[in-house]
Write a protein that binds this ligand. Structure first.
Ligand SMILES: [Zn+2]
Length: 310
């Protein structure tokens, strides 16, 4: 008897939750409509990827003017990054975000979840959705483990000579060609973090889904590609270097966006972004040349406009 009494309400509850689920499914206000791609196959454990990333990160800090974690710009990027990684599928990497005080529009991700965004990228982004699009793309390279797969390929053909070279190729970034022309001898191992067109496409598709799932206008991503193209021409920036045809890139991203359930509204920007835009407009990031020559190490960081830097 007692048993009957407890079971009946339990059944009723179960029915209620079923109905509730059905109602939610019918309304479907925030459907996650994106593709979830599998990471590329490799023999690195997550621990090894994190360790590798940590070593490369230390090298990046030695070779590039990375803003301190206490910088308001860095704190903002970390905040935005954590909003985005909350939507990232797959392994829960220990994501961390940094700002490189360099003018070029660029960003890169190390194995294990360290992501670097150039100050020039923040300066060039017209709104928060565009900046978030770049970051979601980089997060996707970590999710899909692209850089360790590149590493494994290089190891197989005996091109990897040491961890320092990983960071060298990272540090070269978009200015690789220019730096190579200056003969600074840092090009060994270049291509390690250089992504194939297929990997870039995957990061775009996974990334635009993360952007959408975080509530941002997914069009921010293709919009920013157009900004890059306007500044550097097709293929001029590292972010686009593997894409001789950025028009095609915009096309397939827009096609992916068309499969998303439209939302009544999207986040385009935020007061925090507008404040940071104001902050970075007063900063004078280093040029790629100043970074490659090491001159940045002798200067005080974050010179205001018209500062003594040359
Ligand atoms: Zn990429």
């Amino acid at each position: 008897m007692r048993r009957e009494q407890t079971r009946a309400p339990a059944r009723l509850l179960a029915l209620r939750s079923l109905l509730l689920l059905a109602a939610l499914a019918l309304q479907a206000p925030y459907v996650r409509a994106r593709v979830e791609l599998a990471p590329c196959k490799n023999n690195f454990t997550p621990e090894q990827q994190i360790q590798l990333g940590d070593k490369a990160k230390a090298q990046v800090y030695r070779q590039m003017p990375v803003l301190p974690d206490s910088s308001p710009v860095t704190r903002y990027i970390q905040q935005l990054g954590s909003t985005l990684v909350a939507q990232a599928p797959g392994y829960r990497w220990p994501y961390n975000f940094h700002v490189v005080n360099v003018a070029d529009i660029n960003a890169f991700a190390l194995p294990g979840g360290s992501i670097f965004v150039n100050l020039g990228t923040i300066q060039a982004a017209a709104n928060e959705a565009q900046l978030a699009g770049v970051m979601a793309h980089e997060i996707s390279h970590v999710v899909l483990q692209h850089s360790v797969c590149n590493l494994e390929k290089e190891q197989k053909v005996g091109l990897l000579a040491g961890i320092g070279q990983i960071a060298a190729s990272v540090a070269l970034g978009g200015a690789a060609g220019e730096l190579a022309a200056q003969g600074i001898g840092m090009t060994a191992g270049l291509g390690f973090l250089k992504m194939s067109r297929g990997a870039e496409k995957q990061a775009d598709l996974e990334g635009v889904g993360i952007l959408y799932d975080a509530g941002y206008d997914p069009h921010g991503m293709p919009q920013f590609f157009q900004t890059i193209e306007a500044k550097y021409g097709a293929g001029g920036a590292q972010f686009l270097s593997d894409h001789p045809n950025p028009g095609n890139r915009t096309e397939y991203i827009n096609k992916e966006i068309s499969t998303f359930v439209p939302r009544p509204s999207y986040i385009e920007t935020s007061p925090a972004f507008e404040q940071v835009k104001l902050d970075v407009s007063k900063m004078r990031p280093y040029t790629a040349r100043e970074v490659s020559s090491g001159v940045w190490k002798t200067q005080t960081p974050n010179q205001p406009p018209g500062g003594a830097a040359n």
